[in-house]
Design a protein around this ligand. Structure first.
Ligand SMILES: CC(C)(COP(=O)(O)OP(=O)(O)OC[C@H]1O[C@@H](n2cnc3c(N)ncnc32)[C@H](O)[C@@H]1OP(=O)(O)O)[C@@H](O)C(=O)NCCC(=O)NCCS
Length: 187
């Protein structure tokens, strides 16, 4: 689904635009995701994982159109002066028995973290989820030691519902554990 452009001014005065990315923004979106993956251990990918998209940009374009044209998902990109500095996705599960659930994920490039962009994206996504019939919970996974992310999620009302050990193994052999979190929209 399409999230139409909205402009916001952050507490530090920076102006950002949130909107669903255009197909032609595929290289910019990919660039922001690769940058994020070089600066955090807390997402599931490394830069090498995106080589196939760099080799064939139509794959990244398909990712954007797949989300924009899908009745069960939103992809919002964050633009600063026409550069993408982060993104957030929300997918609603589709079966009758699972359509009460939405899954949310987020990534912001390093220079733009800690400015309130994550909070803004979550506020917008939570509003969209609340408007959707049948949806009663949003779910996410977060690496246990990712304090900044957990602080964001807790501030929006997410609560921990479980643990999943050793979901990531870093190139140095270190394992990272994950926590599962849920935001109940009907409580
Ligand atoms: C985690 C992430 C999405 C948070 O987004 P953000 O834009 O940096 O967060 P915000 O600026 O909106 O801040 C959210 C909260 O974290 C707090 N925070 C900011 N910097 C922090 C830090 N270094 N340590 C702990 N908390 C911090 C803020 O104070 C705010 O809490 P508050 O509302 O109680 O004041 C972002 O930092 C990011 O993309 N990190 C790398 C990738 C990642 O971890 N993705 C999430 C995977 S689950």
């Amino acid at each position: 689904m399409i999230y139409a452009a909205k402009e916001f001014t952050l507490k530090n005065g920076l102006k950002v635009t949130l909107k669903s990315p255009e197909i032609s923004d595929a290289p910019k979106l990919l660039d922001s995701i690769i940058k994020t993956s070089t600066t955090t251990d807390y997402i599931t990918s490394l830069p090498e994982d995106y080589q196939k998209y760099l080799d064939d940009m139509s794959k990244e374009e398909a990712f954007i159109s797949g989300s924009n044209d899908n009745d069960n998902s939103y992809l919002i990109a964050v633009y600063v002066n026409d550069i993408i500095v982060g993104n957030c996705f929300l997918d609603f599960l589709g079966n009758i028995k699972t359509r009460h659930r939405g899954r949310i994920g987020i990534a912001i490039t390093e220079e733009y973290r800690g400015m309130g962009i994550g909070s803004l994206l979550f506020d917008e996504m939570i509003k969209l989820a609340k408007k959707r019939k049948n949806v009663t919970q949003l779910e996410l996974e977060v690496i246990k030691e990712n304090e900044r992310a957990k602080r964001l999620y807790t501030s929006k009302g997410f609560v921990k519902t479980g643990d999943r050990p050793r979901v990531l193994r870093l190139p140095n052999g270190k394992y990272l554990d994950e926590e599962l979190m849920v935001l109940y929209l009907d409580k």
